[in-house]
Design a protein around this ligand. Structure first.
Ligand SMILES: [Zn+2]
Length: 407
């Protein structure tokens, strides 16, 4: 294991700290670029060749990185290329749903190795979920070198991994991170599931080219992940992005949160079911409404069209507040996107400040359902390498100035 603890006299500590920062600069460049020569590593990090050689020797010894062949010669000898050893360790990604828990194992490049699904008759208590995760991780540990666990769950989640409130799970003040960490002795990272989804799209999907973007998910609820300058913005208590409960119409329909006219009450599955009720649809399943819309049913299409307008209004408010480069639209209801995306776009683009509207890109998420689990697995990988969520404008962090900071 790479040892991040150290002695405590000040000079040694600052030397150790410097070495850790430099090590992280090197591993993060390797993670982002893949195969890289030592000379290129020095260029990318701003470190001297000697420091790079020294650190890579230690990393090779620990087997966190490996030599992976030769690169192009620039006149002299062909340089040896180095890359992250994706099998050095594994991470466990968990997604907690209302009636089931997904557990999965990924390598350090976030490739899926194994995936399990456990169903519950009723919404499980946090104690039951803790027990389940403990068991699954312990099982994996018998065969793999698990270096961290990442969990995505709906609701308000504190920095310390406490689920402050989750209306979908009906959990309040549920400590999850601490007891798991004590039991498992590896870092356990927890975040709101929409934030985890956003991370996945930011690393591997539709958000990877942007430094400032919103990821809006539409399904049972409406949520948003906010990425500002390459970092996820969580807010003071992890509540940023609760776009679903911003008010569109104070006299509008009742929302599940107890308020009236929230965006979620006007643009989510909750809205679709209410509309089906109002219009006397016999079958209240969303899948039926989607199928009807596909077959050209005017009422079904009209419902989605209105949902698009409402969603556009809600997103426009956030666009005018944050001025992102792009909006990435994701979530389960992308399956009916063709019936609401144009009215949504029209609303966002027609009413935002023209200058912003012209530059704003509206794209759909690329990773589908797997983004929820992938995002949970990214949490411990990101923590291990201290990686930021970059984008095309992203500069490589330099260990010399440290200006880009560790995110
Ligand atoms: Zn609400």
């Amino acid at each position: 294991m790479v040892d991040l603890t150290g002695p405590n006299d000040l000079a040694t500590v600052s030397r150790e700290l410097m070495r850790n920062l430099n090590t992280r600069a090197i591993t993060s460049v390797l993670f982002n670029r893949g195969k890289t020569s030592r000379a290129e590593l020095a260029r990318q990090t701003g470190l001297t060749q000697a420091t790079v050689s020294n650190i890579t020797a230690k990393l090779l010894e620990s087997s966190l990185v490996e030599e992976v062949g030769e690169g192009q010669s620039t006149g002299g000898r062909k340089p040896t290329l180095i890359d992250i050893n994706r099998n050095y360790g594994q991470v466990v990604g968990v997604k907690i749903e209302k009636n089931f828990v997904l557990t999965s194992l990924f390598d350090l490049r976030v490739n899926l190795i194994d995936r399990r699904e456990t169903h519950f008759e009723e919404v499980p208590s946090s104690g039951e979920v803790i027990k389940l995760i403990e068991n699954e991780v312990t099982n994996y540990e018998s065969e793999y070198n698990v270096i961290g666990v990442g969990i995505g769950a709906s609701g308000l989640i504190s920095d310390s991994g406490e689920i402050i409130y989750s209306p979908i799970l009906n959990w309040e003040r549920s400590k999850l991170g601490k007891p798991l960490e004590e039991e498992l002795s590896v870092p356990v990272l927890i975040d709101n599931d929409v934030n985890a989804f956003t991370l996945a799209e930011g690393w591997f999907g539709a958000g990877k080219n942007y430094r400032d973007f919103l990821c809006v998910t539409v399904g049972e609820g409406v949520g948003a992940g906010i990425v500002i300058n390459g970092s996820l913005y969580r807010g003071s208590i992890g509540g940023a992005g609760e776009i679903g409960h911003t008010t569109l119409n104070p006299d509008g329909p009742m929302c599940r949160c107890g308020e009236r006219g929230c965006l979620e009450a006007l643009a989510s599955d909750y809205f679709l079911v209410n509309e089906m009720n109002k219009r006397g649809f016999g079958d209240k399943r969303i899948s039926t409404l989607v199928a009807e819309a596909k077959e050209g049913n005017k009422f079904a299409r009209d419902i989605f069209n209105r949902m698009g307008h409402n969603l556009g209004l809600g997103i426009k408010n956030l666009v005018n507040t944050l001025n992102p480069e792009a909006v990435v639209l994701g979530g389960e209801r992308l399956d009916a996107a063709e019936f609401f995306i144009s009215s949504m776009e029209e609303e966002i683009l027609n009413h935002s400040f023209p200058q912003e509207a012209r530059r704003l890109e509206i794209v759909t998420a690329e990773l589908g359902k797997k983004a929820w689990l992938l995002g949970a697995a990214i949490l411990p990988v990101r923590n291990f390498f201290s990686l930021p969520l970059t984008g095309r404008k992203g500069k490589t962090r330099t260990a010399r100035t440290g200006k880009e900071g560790l995110v």
